[in-house]
Design a protein around this ligand. Structure first.
Ligand code: SAM
Length: 659
């Protein structure tokens, strides 16, 4: 890879276009090789504008934020600068290309030593690194013209202010979780300081004597800022309990969402029986009592169209739906029971001359079908490249913490050279599946829309092929577009229920997806496009069993779900002592406020890797902003997958589930 070119492009795309104008900062960003500051295997991602893990629970900061901090520090060639939080050494390296001398303090010895080696290897001689608590500054080397703090403090440490020279600037993130603000403190007199607010940021915490305590480095709250009652107690007080999903009380809990036009129902795994059963019970209630008439799920369009036809009593066409990985997601007893209910409901509606309820797949571009054809093709030309693709797709559906698995999937030349052939296959597949659906006279997906889809498809498949956050964003934007078009098509009285993973439906702006990886999602887009008409409901669990694979395209396995981690949202729900409940996150201000704080949350997708759970499946989230309500099942059962359906005789009778 031509790193200089990629670096220049990053500077152009993420820095200059976003307003970084200081020439010395731009020059330094063009000069310092960020790929030398990331862990081996992650070089390919060095120029994405995102933080990356560097071990010990720490990160190399996002390039844009580093550039912003340096610009706001107004560095000069003669300056003496202190950086607190050396981490990978990247920011100190940049400063060393602008200022005269850099003093850098890091509390993790391994990181400090590694940074020192990197500076030596690159010939950066004007940097001193020390292991210690930087919240106390570096008194012997003071005063400083500028101090950059690369970790979030509860408040501005006094020692750092005192070590500023007259006219000196201190740039520091202050506050906790998503309430963190980047501040600039300028010393304007012996005891006089000016303060500017530079906007919201999200840094790992500054741990030290004049900072946060180290009980749990990432997520310890400031004692002074703690709510009166502990969060698990507030959850216990607000929890609206139920015992069975069949009871009237359970369904009635969702009457509060009757006025919404879009209700999004999540799931924190793709293989938990209770999540399917609960979404079925809620959907039945919303359809029967509150006028919802469309149901759309995280599945391929053509497969969902086959179910839709079947529920309307129309003849089946082609093979049974959901025959591809992850087939258990929709080929399972729980969903087949719900599909049976839709069919009965539509028969009843037909007798009353009412329009049927309609069932749709949000992945208009036939995602799992196209992934399958990519893998088949790559398998035949280069198994090694197919393995990379499999790893990348593992990160696509749904979100999995990068770069733990993603980082290993480094691009090869073979990968690039397969692109065109693969795109051709995907487009052919799409043409075929649109042909399958449209001639039925499907009212929504008419010929003009199919043609439009085909025109946009190439770009879609190209981005999908490489994976990463752009592909994620494209996919979720298409899902939101599909919902918008469905509502338009079915008219102003149409109301839709969505079933998709929590990673799609919980507003990304209040999770690491949005704050650290520039990812957006369906829930966020629905809130933005249908303001006041959208309800986001997350579903979660503490432990139990789940169906998931170990790798993309792998076997469906029954796996044990680890108990949720201490300091996670799930653990708070568990500690409430209530086994099943709905938590209205806007029930009261105190509850809402106490769950705004960033905490870990677990996301298990089609792949579950319990052995690397923290890295692969948890991210920081602000629960009460991410969802409107959270539905809790403390212990859960695995979904009941159905055997694959053999094509051939009997299909018509047993379509679509082989039952
Ligand atoms: N500037 C770094 C870079 O470019 O890679 C990123 C730093 S990372 C976001 C924050 C670093 O601050 C971590 O390496 C962490 O160990 C360190 N840190 C946290 N509290 C500290 C303290 N009191 N003193 C020194 N370092 C600290």
């Amino acid at each position: 890879m031509d790193m200089t070119r990629i670096r220049d492009r990053m500077v152009e795309q993420h820095l200059t276009r976003r307003g970084i104008g200081d020439r010395s900062v731009i020059r330094a960003m063009r000069t310092v090789p960020r790929e030398r500051f990331v862990d081996p295997g992650y070089e390919e991602f060095a120029y994405e504008d995102a933080p990356l893990s560097i071990g010990d629970g720490q990160t190399i900061s996002q390039p844009f934020i580093v550039a912003l901090m340096l610009e706001k520090a107004d560095l000069d060639a003669g300056d003496k600068v202190l950086e607190v939080g050396t981490g990978s050494g990247y920011a100190s390296a940049l400063i060393s290309r602008i200022a005269k001398h850099v003093y850098s303090v890091e509390r993790h010895e391994r990181l400090a030593l590694q940074a020192r080696e990197r500076f030596e290897a690159l010939g950066y001689k004007n940097i001193d690194v020390r292991v210690g608590d930087g919240s106390k500054g570096w008194a012997k080397a003071a005063p400083f013209d500028a101090i950059i703090v690369s970790a979030g403090a509860p408040e501005v440490p006094l020692a750092l202010k005192e070590q500023l020279d007259l006219g000196g600037r201190l740039i520091i993130p202050v506050g906790r979780g998503d309430a963190q603000r980047l501040k600039r403190i300028t010393r304007v007199g012996a005891e006089a300081f000016e303060e500017d607010d530079l906007g919201g940021v999200l840094f790992v915490p500054l741990i030290g004597e004049d900072a946060w305590t180290a009980v749990h480095p990432m997520y310890t709250a400031a004692p002074s800022a703690r709510a009166e009652a502990p969060p698990h107690q507030l959850i216990a007080d607000a929890a609206e309990e139920f015992s069975s999903l069949d009871e009237r009380r359970f369904a009635a809990l969702f009457d509060r969402f009757a006025e919404s036009r879009i209700v999004l129902l999540g799931e924190s795994t793709h293989g938990t029986a209770e999540f399917y059963e609960a979404r079925a019970a809620i959907s039945r209630h919303l359809v029967e009592h509150h006028g919802f008439n469309l149901i759309a799920v995280e599945a391929d369009w053509p497969d969902a169209a086959a179910i839709d036809r079947w529920t309307k009593g129309q003849a089946s066409k082609g093979a049974a739906p959901f025959g591809r990985f992850p087939e258990w997601m929709w080929r399972n007893i729980e969903f087949s029971t719900f599909a049976g209910w839709m069919k009965e409901q539509n028969q009843r509606r037909a007798a009353l001359r009412k329009d049927p309820i309609r069932f749709y797949g949000l992945d208009l571009y036939n995602m799992s079908g196209s992934i399958r054809s990519v893998l088949d093709y790559l398998e035949s030309v280069s198994p090694e490249t197919a393995a990379i693709a499999r790893e990348r797709y593992g990160c696509l559906s749904p979100w999995q913490s990068n770069p733990a698995t993603y980082g290993r999937a480094v691009l090869t030349d073979a990968y690039r050279s397969c692109e065109d052939a693969v795109l051709k296959q995907c487009t052919e597949l799409l043409t075929r599946s649109l042909d399958d659906v449209a001639p039925d006279g499907d009212d929504f997906l008419n010929a003009a829309q199919s043609a439009r889809l085909l025109t946009a498809a190439e770009r879609y498949y190209r981005v999908m092929y490489y994976g990463g956050s752009q592909a994620w964003n494209l996919r979720d934007t298409y899902m939101a577009d599909t919902i918008e078009r469905l509502l338009d098509f079915h008219g102003p009285t149409a109301k839709i229920i969505i079933w998709a993973h929590n990673s799609h439906i919980g507003d990304a702006r209040y999770t690491e997806m949005g704050t650290a990886r520039d990812e957006l999602n369906l829930g966020q887009l629905c809130r933005q496009r249908f303001d006041g008409m959208t309800s986001l409901i997350g579903l979660g669990t503490h432990c139990g069993e789940v169906i998931a694979a170990s790798d993309w395209d792998g076997e469906a396995e029954k796996k044990q779900v680890n108990s949720s981690l201490p300091q996670s949202c799930e653990r708070l729900c568990h500690d409430s002592g209530k086994p099943r409940f709905l938590l209205d996150l806007n029930a009261n201000e105190e509850l809402h406020a106490s769950l705004v704080e960033q905490r870990l949350q677990r996301f298990i997708g089609v792949i579950y890797r319990p052995e690397t759970e923290r890295l692969s499946h948890y991210m920081a989230t602000s629960l009460s902003r991410q969802y409107d309500a959270f539905l809790w099942f403390d212990e859960t059962r695995a979904l009941s997958p159905l055997a694959p359906q053999e094509p051939g005789v009997g299909d018509q009778e047993t379509f679509p589930f082989g039952l």
